[in-house]
Design a protein around this ligand. Structure first.
Ligand SMILES: [Zn+2]
Ligand SMILES: [Zn+2]
Length: 270
């Protein structure tokens, strides 16, 4: 039986003979159903129409996306460190070329995903790379559409994946919204892999925060403060957002502080 994939959010669902009645991720007010209605594809079909695209980001970091862009359009990040390799966030397509590249570069010890919009084809990715664990925050457990024994729900505010690689629960966009702190990133100044949780915006000089991006639902000021406080203890200079080229190259920590202040001012009207 196929694992149907929602074409709007890219989420793969548990195996079923017929497509599911609906996609709960897209029925949620943070997402949407297209005017043309709910549509589904499968990994096999996606392989016929799309391919993975791979780009160098910085030493130790390779972006993995889908060409042409599919569903939400994010790219994953394959992070290689002497302490272990991680796939950060995920995409709906995987093919032989990308699996071979990752294997040739040492494989991965685990997947870790910022929030449910990027769970996508995580189970297939895990299986293709040796059945490695998938770290998801337990607060988002109910959004897993394809349960699997590889999924590890972590709890609390931080989780050390390996020396210098820390998952930080920020909340906000999703209750379990997580970023990955990479201490060795940006030439040792530190990097945040931030998904949609701390969203790098178009000018690449600011970040922003939303409960829903497509439907423009903001977050309360105190929630944005909590996100800022969660990452405050970690040194970082660079911020990798969820999409190609959405990267704050330097002074990321000051950028986040300035953006939080701007957000607070916008909400309060001052
Ligand atoms: Zn969906
Ligand atoms: Zn999202």
């Amino acid at each position: 039986m196929p694992n149907f994939i929602c074409t709007t959010c890219g989420t793969q669902h548990a195996a079923s003979e017929q497509p599911p009645a609906g996609c709960a991720i897209c029925q949620d007010e943070r997402q949407y159903i297209k005017v043309t209605g709910q549509q589904w594809t499968t990994l096999e079909r996606l392989r016929l129409t799309s391919r993975t695209s791979i780009r160098f980001e910085e030493p130790g970091l390779i972006g993995i996306g889908i060409d042409p862009p599919f569903a939400i359009g994010q790219r994953a990040l394959f992070l290689r460190t002497p302490q272990g390799n991680i796939l950060w966030d995920c995409v709906s397509l995987l093919d032989e070329s990308v699996v071979e590249m990752i294997r040739a570069l040492g494989g991965i010890a685990a997947l870790a995903i910022s929030h449910p919009h990027y769970y996508t084809a995580m189970v297939d990715w895990s299986r293709a790379l040796g059945g490695v664990p998938i770290y998801l925050h337990a607060a988002d457990r109910s959004w897993v559409m394809r349960p699997d024994k590889a999924i590890v729900f972590w709890e609390g505010e931080t989780k050390l994946l390996a020396e210098g690689l820390t998952l930080v629960r920020c909340g906000g966009h999703f209750a379990g919204g997580t970023v990955l702190h990479w201490r060795g990133g940006a030439d040792g100044k530190g990097a945040l892999l931030s998904g949609d949780i701390i969203q790098v915006v178009a000018d690449r000089k600011h970040v922003s925060f939303m409960y829903s991006y497509p439907n423009y639902i903001p977050l309360a000021a105190n929630v944005v403060e909590q996100i800022a406080q969660a990452v405050e203890p970690f040194p970082y200079d660079r911020v990798y957002g969820a999409f190609w080229d959405m990267v704050i190259e330097r002074e990321g920590k000051a950028v986040v502080a300035r953006s939080v202040e701007r957000y607070r001012r916008a909400l309060s009207g001052q």
